[in-house]
Design a protein around this ligand. Structure first.
Ligand code: APR
Ligand code: ZN
Length: 375
């Protein structure tokens, strides 16, 4: 049946309010407007950021359809869309690439003006939503919303990928892989023989580990409060695992002692301001680089010992690995197809979309790295 131009009724997971369990509902998905693309999802990862959204840690409008790590097939396109067509395989992008704003025009910037993460309106670029449920407007999350059979996204927030891409897996290359791996290889440019510490050994943290290892780091210290994360981290290249809750000293002091002077590169992949400070204090006082990858709660602040900021250390934030998303993310998919990057160890579970509650329970119990929902 040709659905182009028509409203589609399908199943979606709605968060009606902060901290309320996801509810599987019939939703109406409007056709894409000018410059927009409607996608039939094939898979979606569940990322730490989705949990930040559901717990109300980010200032966002509810009710909303969460999810942003999506892979799917273009179902129809709105007026003026020229870079994708129905049938194309695509990934959804939490950071679009408009190719016109100051970030996009800059040689290295990637935090496109048209993003809807910080701040988040929950609406498309024309200020309206494409989702309705029981007559009520439902907000988008980050202009992606992937916990639904169909979604509508801006054309500038879509990466067209290789026709050969396995659509049950590559959703991880929409966010978790570039965010972590890119932070190491592209943002920090980890050097051969260097020492690294990674705070948080979830999907993003392990993608950082993969990047550090690929860059030739000689020592990679992994930090997590969930020791169940340690075996997989070690298999991917972590040389020392530490649990801050079993230490007698602050974790940053232990990292400095282990390495003599502090690490060359520290990464925070949890999203907690106090762990960002720990990462800062873990790296070499003169030339260490502290990378902030975790998304901290809205209106939270970092508190650094001010005199020690002059000493030469660098703190740098990185979203989606500083990649210019529409240009670089399709290349990462191709690198995966060519066996240059392996995302398979990041995917620990795959479940049908209608088992999303089980998937969230597994995530909340700390049992998953990435649980991929299959449509
Ligand atoms: N100290 C150390 N580790 C912690 C702590 C803590 N205080 N709190 C949580 N962790 C660990 C968890 O046990 C988990 O292994 O951090 C890890 C977070 O992993 P995930 O929940 O799988 O989240 P992930 O998808 O990896 O995202 C991590 O990156 O992009 C951001 O917004 C995202 O802030 C999030 C972060
Ligand atoms: Zn832009």
């Amino acid at each position: 049946m040709d659905t182009g131009g028509k409203t589609i009724t399908c199943q979606a997971a709605i968060a009606w309010a902060v901290n309320s369990p996801l509810s599987l509902e019939k939703v109406q998905v409007d056709p894409p407007k000018a410059g927009e693309v409607r996608i039939k999802l094939t898979s979606s990862g569940i990322c730490g950021t989705d949990q930040h959204v559901l717990r109300g840690q980010l200032a966002m409008n509810f009710p909303l359809i969460p999810g942003h790590e999506g892979a799917g097939i273009v179902e129809s396109v709105g007026k003026g869309v020229s870079t994708v067509k129905p049938g194309d395989k695509v990934l959804t992008l939490i950071l679009p690439q408009c190719r016109e704003c100051s970030s996009c025009l800059h040689p290295t910037g990637n935090f496109c003006d048209k993003q809807d993460v910080i701040p988040s309106s929950g609406l498309m670029m024309d200020g309206t939503s494409r989702f309705t449920c029981k007559g009520q407007r439902i907000y988008h999350s980050f202009r992606t919303s992937t916990f639904t059979e169909y979604t509508v996204v801006p054309e500038i927030g879509v990466a067209r990928i290789d026709d050969e891409a396995p659509m049950d897996k590559v959703c991880v290359i929409s966010c978790g892989l570039p965010t972590g791996y890119g932070a190491a290889v592209h943002s920090a440019k980890v050097t051969p023989g260097s020492t690294c510490v990674v705070y948080g050994l979830g999907g993003v943290g392990l993608a950082i580990v993969i990047g550090c290892k690929a860059s030739g780091a000689s020592r990679i210290i992994g930090v997590d409060i969930n020791e169940e994360k340690f075996p997989r981290a070690k298999a991917l290249g972590v040389t020392d695992c530490i649990n801050p809750q079993t230490l007698e000293k602050p974790v940053q002091d232990v990292v400095v002692e282990m390495t003599g002077f502090g690490v060359d590169f520290a990464f925070e992949a949890i999203g907690l301001p106090e762990m960002m400070v720990a990462a800062w204090n873990s790296c070499h006082i003169s030339y260490g680089v502290c990378m902030i990858i975790g998304l901290a709660p809205s209106s939270s602040y970092l508190s650094l010992e001010a005199p020690k900021v002059i000493t030469g250390r660098t703190m740098k934030g990185s979203a989606l690995g500083d990649y210019k998303t529409r240009d670089a993310i399709p290349e990462l998919v191709t690198d995966y197809l060519k066996n240059k990057i392996n995302i398979d160890p990041l995917i620990t579970h795959q479940l049908p979309f209608n088992q999303i509650h089980k998937a969230m329970d597994l995530y909340n119990a700390g049992k998953t790295i990435r649980c991929v929902l299959l449509f």
